[in-house]
Write a protein that binds this ligand. Structure first.
Ligand SMILES: *[C@@H]1O[C@H](CO)[C@@H](O)[C@H](O)[C@H]1NC(C)=O
Ligand SMILES: *[C@@H]1O[C@H](CO)[C@@H](O)[C@H](O)[C@H]1NC(C)=O
Ligand SMILES: *[C@@H]1O[C@H](CO)[C@@H](O)[C@H](O)[C@H]1NC(C)=O
Ligand SMILES: *[C@@H]1O[C@H](CO)[C@@H](O)[C@H](O)[C@H]1NC(C)=O
Ligand SMILES: *[C@@H]1O[C@H](CO)[C@@H](O)[C@H](O)[C@H]1NC(C)=O
Length: 221
């Protein structure tokens, strides 16, 4: 009786372990978007783009300006001054001034439902000829992606592309330690997505996870 119960917990523990590692892989939706762009490019024999954290942070800054502008039909009307990309978002991210380069193009989108990165990629960001041809730009060298969600509202995505020399542009001061990222996710860095809600969820989840892991370890052996 006790043994059967133990076995059940053991199996539960092992399933949690598998689910836990699956969830960890989906840790950063912005990184997933960057990976999807690169997978799509390399499948078309185009070069892989460098996933630049400086550009990623700027993409997150950009999309943060668009909160509240997602229409009921999931179209985004957001037109902040384009000079803000290099003149406001770059300094806000702590991008070294001398390394700020040319932005070759950007993609923006929103949706009222949560979409996984694959859905966001094909239904929101890369949805027509114009956006495909931008993504497939031959002279592109790097990209950065940002993702943010509103508390009781929509989900927003942004990708910035550049054609600068990949490893010497949009460099973050002190390796990015200075970024004050309050909410959202950006690609190219180890900085986890942050929002009060998300953080609590991850924290609660990881504590429960460790507990179940310990329990299943005790019961399995
Ligand atoms: C979506 O809504 C916006 C404004 O609410 C409108 O301008 C636009 O035409 C709509 N698009 C479609 C595809 O219905
Ligand atoms: C958001 O939408 C409002 C109303 O349409 C518009 O005035 C504002 O400029 C938009 N914000 C941005 C950043 O484009
Ligand atoms: C690349 O993305 C576009 C737009 O989502 C899609 O139509 C196309 O099939 C993708 N190509 C590959 C090779 O995945
Ligand atoms: C990047 O593109 C701009 C115009 O789109 C061009 O003037 C510039 O020479 C390009 N830079 C590189 C490094 O290809
Ligand atoms: C940057 O790229 C150049 C040429 O692609 C290479 O020679 C150099 O070693 C790279 N520097 C770093 C720090 O990766």
């Amino acid at each position: 009786m006790w043994k059967a119960f133990g076995l059940k917990l053991c199996i539960l523990g092992l399933s949690c372990l598998i689910l836990g590692s699956a969830a960890e892989n989906e840790g950063n939706p912005a990184n997933e978007i960057a990976k999807l762009v690169n997978a799509n490019r390399t499948a078309t024999k185009l070069r892989k783009l460098y996933n630049n954290p400086g550009l990623g942070c700027m993409a997150l800054q950009f999309i943060s300006q668009c909160l509240g502008n997602c229409s009921s039909n999931n179209t985004l009307s957001c037109h902040p001054p384009e000079v803000d990309i290099t003149e406001v978002y770059a300094p806000n991210c702590g991008v070294e001034l001398a390394t700020v380069g040319i932005i070759s193009g950007y993609l923006l989108g929103c949706h009222w439902n949560f979409l996984n990165p694959e859905q966001a990629f094909s239904n929101v960001l890369i949805r027509d000829k114009r956006t495909i041809s931008l993504m497939h730009g031959r002279d592109l060298t790097e990209l950065g992606a940002g993702f943010i969600s509103e508390k009781h509202g929509g989900f927003y995505w942004c990708i910035l592309f550049s054609n600068e020399t990949s490893n010497s542009s949009f460099v973050l001061e002190e390796g990015g330690k200075g970024i004050e990222q309050k909410t959202g996710c950006f690609s190219g860095s180890d900085v986890p997505c942050s929002s009060a809600g998300m953080k609590l969820l991850i924290l609660a989840y990881s504590k429960l996870f460790v507990f179940i892991l310990l329990l299943s370890f005790l019961l399995c052996y």
